[in-house]
Design a protein around this ligand. Structure first.
Ligand code: SF4
Ligand code: SF4
Length: 377
């Protein structure tokens, strides 16, 4: 059985909760050995504070730093924010540089670190991908995502967080080839030793950057990445088996897929489960279920595979992004658009070329001024 620990926690009690989480998971010693170099991978999509539900709480990061140091490990905090964001500035704004100085540990902007191209074994869409060298230089990885909704993948937890190990503009490749498939391919290369989902303040609505904070007061931990993803989805009120990237993870050695083989310790799921409002780009759960879930599944059992047609229909119905008049012309969306579908020139807001747009919503993800709408009409 895979183990997932769900505990109550907040910024003040983070250290106690993190220690308890490791204890219930079998002890930190089962995951980290003395002398291990341990990459702590938070989610720093942008410099917004953790109270917005956008970034990993510094209190959680410091608690994990202390736990690893106590175990005799060498923690290193590493992250690469999207192109046009300065990761080092984000480290400063969020107080991560102070944590690093206090505990005499390294913080590394993975956009500036060396990287290598790695071949994906049995890829779904990505034959090779550039990944930070640090991932392969450390002995262990502790994945520290935030619980959020996501305009493209519906939710964002541990699997999506590892995109920050892909430096710079190479992240955009994952959007171009199909995010769900690419996420599974990426996670087949990067294997975290332990995942702690920061759900002290989660995000609902227009995630992952512009949603509303949702105080859950929870920390979810597991040595099994897929099991933590499935339980995290359940806590958000989502059916994990209707999420395409989770469906594609079955049989990919990313962890336990079968919820009946996942044991939850700590809080009861029924006590902590909450309904998250989804990004407005998402179709109703009934439509998603019919188009991507129940009907294709039933037909595939009869030997008829309509999954490709169903996906095409679903993609066709997804909205194009719209740009609001309050645009500040910062150009982040233009720089990060993987298809170069946006131009600005002398216009007051970005102009969209629908022929080029692949509806990946990176523009929404990188707009810190909340000037992009992806809304179903
Ligand atoms: S839409 Fe947002 S990211 Fe794009 S130029 Fe305007 S303010 Fe910047
Ligand atoms: S305009 Fe936005 S949604 Fe369209 S391809 Fe560019 S980043 Fe993706």
């Amino acid at each position: 059985m895979a183990k997932v620990i769900v505990l109550k926690g907040d910024e003040r009690s983070a250290a106690k909760s993190i220690n308890e989480l490791f204890r219930l998971a079998g002890g930190i010693g089962s995951f980290i050995k003395k002398g291990d170099k341990v990459l702590l991978k938070p989610n720093f999509l942008n410099p917004k504070p953790s109270s917005t539900g956008c970034t990993t709480s510094p209190a959680v990061i410091e608690a994990v730093v202390k736990a690893v140091l106590k175990q005799g490990g060498i923690p290193i905090i590493g992250e690469s924010s999207p192109v046009s964001f300065d990761t080092e500035l984000t480290f400063k704004r969020l107080g991560i540089d102070k944590i690093a100085r206090k505990h005499r540990i390294s913080i590394i902007d993975l956009n500036k670190y060396t990287s290598r191209v790695v071949k994906v074994k049995d890829p779904l869409s990505l034959k090779k991908i550039r990944v930070s060298d640090l991932v392969f230089e450390v002995d262990k990885i502790i994945n520290l995502p935030v619980m959020k909704t996501h305009s493209l993948t519906t939710i964002s937890l541990g699997m999506k967080n590892l995109m920050g190990c892909v430096p710079g503009a190479d992240k955009l490749v994952l959007h171009r080839v199909g995010m769900h498939e690419a996420l599974v391919d990426l996670n087949s290369i990067i294997k975290p030793t332990f995942t702690i989902i920061d759900a002290i303040v989660a995000m609902e609505g227009s995630g992952p950057a512009n949603g509303k904070p949702k105080r859950m007061g929870l920390l979810i931990g597991s040595g099994d990445l897929l099991a933590s993803e499935i339980i995290g989805a359940r806590i958000m009120g989502a059916n994990p088996y209707q999420l395409k990237y989770i469906q594609l993870s079955k049989g990919k050695e990313l962890g336990e897929y079968d919820i009946d083989k996942i044991e939850v310790f700590g809080e009861k799921l029924s006590d902590v489960k909450r309904k998250f409002s989804l990004p407005s780009s998402k179709a109703s759960s009934i439509f998603s279920s019919l188009v991507l879930g129940t009907v294709p599944l039933a037909m595939s059992r009869m030997g008829i595979d309509i999954s490709r047609i169903a996906q095409k229909l679903y993609d066709f119905m997804r909205p194009y992004p719209e740009f609001l008049d309050r645009c500040r012309k910062c150009r982040r969306c233009i720089i990060n658009c993987p298809e170069k579908a946006l131009t600005l020139n002398s216009h007051p807001k970005p102009l969209l070329d629908k022929k080029k747009c692949i509806k990946c919503y990176v523009c929404d993800e990188v707009c810190i001024y909340n000037c992009v709408r992806v809304r179903r009409k």
